[in-house]
Write a protein that binds this ligand. Structure first.
Ligand code: HEM
Length: 336
């Protein structure tokens, strides 16, 4: 991606992050040799997400009615099925291990020795594709938007990258040393959680904080609200990655911070997403500062994920290394 970026250019960084995380999930799921297939599936999924984002308008329309939206859904699902069932057929026939997640799913065995059916494999692939791409892309888009508005945080991040990486690109081994980069992602997921709310059905009667919850009742929990609660966070509306130093996460009550949910259905991509986001952040921030384009309002849209409604338009500014250290020195007392 960076090979195509030029200083002075204007880009929608949300689109860029969507394309990038799609490529990454495509590579880990299907391996690179089916990159075109991954792109096709991704394109159809994006269209379905778009329709899903408007679901308030269509929720009462039965799926069998041939409305334009229903017909589009059917077309895209057929397209996805065509690609996925072909890959499943090919992989079953070859019997080889391509070193990707799909191969792992194909060889997975239940306790009784049974393996997944084609339909199960197809469902797992779609879930991972969907859950594993827009969430991480949105988290990164909000991070770029926040960094562009907080030059002291940005400079502190740059100073860390310069000190740890020098002139090389980051790798997995560098992550433990890129603590501030991790705090930037953690803080961005606090203020703009890609999963802004989730729900559970009560399996038995219960009481929560004096409120009766009866069996079958739906209970909604909103990360957006809890993550901004002054009971848990000082200056909760402010972007302060430094708050995560000294193990704040361990000191907080459970579920005061839950961008990846919790319990048995907690996000299985949690570690993968944090690793991916920190590496992307470091790789790009090492080379560029992203400046917000004037007159382009960035507005949150609480769709399936919390994403920027019309993207995040930025100008790419190649980075001067010396600037960061000097800036950080001047901002020694910043609570960022
Ligand atoms: C910043 C990025 C991400 C965020 C904020 C996020 C958030 C979440 C949340 C909150 C849930 C739980 C939903 C619930 O309990 O109702 C969830 C579930 C899930 N996530 Fe993620 N996710 C992210 C990235 C990923 C990635 C990269 C993958 C896969 C590679 C992934 C795969 C899944 C799957 C498969 C589930 C369903 C787990 C289950 O039901 O057992 N997620 N995610």
């Amino acid at each position: 991606m960076l090979h195509g970026w030029r200083g002075g250019e204007e880009r929608d960084v949300h689109q860029e992050m969507m394309r990038l995380t799609l490529q990454i999930v495509g590579k880990t799921l299907f391996d690179a040799d089916v990159e075109r297939d991954a792109q096709e599936v991704g394109k159809s999924l994006e269209l379905l997400l778009e329709i899903g984002a408007n679901f308030r308008r269509t929720i009462f329309v039965p799926h069998w009615l041939p409305t334009p939206a229903n017909l589009r859904v059917k077309r895209e699902v057929t397209q996805i099925d065509k690609v996925l069932y072909r890959i499943i057929g090919e992989r079953r026939a070859s019997g080889g291990d391509a070193g990707d997640l799909f191969s792992m799913l194909l060889s997975a065995q239940d306790q009784d020795g049974s393996r997944m059916t084609d339909r199960q494999l197809r469902d797992e692939a779609i879930t991972l594709f969907l859950a594993g791409h827009e969430t991480t892309a949105s988290a990164l888009s909000w991070t770029w938007w926040l960094l562009a508005q907080h030059p002291a945080v940005e400079a502190k991040l740059h100073a860390e990258l310069d000190a740890v990486l020098g002139d090389r690109a980051p790798s997995l081994d560098d992550l433990p040393k890129l603590a501030y980069a991790g705090h930037v992602i953690t803080e961005s997921l606090r203020l703009y959680p890609a999963a802004w709310g989730m729900a559970r059905l009560a399996v038995e009667d219960h009481e929560i904080a004096g409120y009766p919850v009866t069996k079958g009742m739906g209970v909604a929990m909103a990360q957006w609200v809890v993550h901004r609660d002054p009971r848990w966070y000082d200056a909760p509306q402010e972007f302060r990655p430094q708050r995560w130093e000294d193990d704040l996460l361990k000191r907080l009550p459970r579920f005061a911070y839950f961008p990846f949910g919790g319990g048995p259905r907690q996000c299985i991509g949690n570690t993968f997403a944090l690793m991916e986001a920190a590496l992307i952040l470091a790789t790009i921030a090492r080379k560029f500062r992203l400046r917000l384009v004037a007159n382009h309002a960035v507005v949150p849209l609480a769709s399936i994920t919390l994403r920027p409604r019309r993207g995040v338009h930025v100008t790419l500014v190649p980075r001067q290394k010396k600037e960061a250290a000097a800036f950080v020195k001047r901002q020694a007392n910043c609570p960022c």
